[in-house]
Design a protein around this ligand. Structure first.
Ligand code: FES
Length: 168
């Protein structure tokens, strides 16, 4: 169990500088911890907050490291474990669920093309399928969000396949 802040944070200097920039952009304000963690995890290709980074943030924000891990466990959009390179997020909020046939078809097509279910990751670590609440593309459904970018009007298998193929 991780309880006390450690004195050593073996972070590469380049990563440390990038984290410091994120902290600056949030005025080193510990009340913005969720936003800070969301920004920091995007510094990792696999979109997560490694343990060493959690300790570094705890020390910089003068927070118990357990607070950091509590956030990482509580918020579905945060992770302390490596995630897929491309987490595919599908909205499950009411406004999109009104369009239930398109949303259901989108999910089924993604599951079929990737051969995974919601919450799973492809064997090569490239894709995860997630459902989340509204990300502001209600008028462009069916849509997905991948690494902050919205891809909309995915109303055919061909468009969904083309999107997956277009990701490097
Ligand atoms: S309700 Fe689904 S993107 Fe807004």
């Amino acid at each position: 169990m991780l309880t006390a802040p450690r004195k050593d944070y073996p972070l590469a200097p380049e990563l440390q500088s990038k984290i410091d920039l994120v902290l600056e952009s949030h005025d080193y304000d510990a009340t913005q911890i969720v936003g800070i963690l969301l920004d920091v995890q995007e510094l990792e290709e696999r979109h997560y907050v490694p343990e060493a980074t959690a300790y570094y943030l705890a020390a910089k924000l003068n927070l118990p490291v357990t607070n950091i891990f509590d956030c990482l466990c509580f918020y579905a959009q945060l992770s302390d474990k490596p995630r897929a390179k491309y987490p595919i997020q599908v909205c499950n909020s009411p406004a999109c669920r009104v369009n239930v046939i398109d949303t259901k078809r989108l999910l089924e097509t993604l599951e079929s093309l990737l051969d995974i279910k919601i919450g799973e990751t492809t064997y090569d670590g490239r894709f995860t399928l997630e459902t989340i609440s509204c990300f502001g593309a209600c008028d462009r459904a069916p849509a997905v969000r991948i690494n902050g970018q919205v891809y909309d009007h995915l109303d055919s298998r061909e468009k969904i396949e083309a999107l997956l193929r277009s990701l490097p």
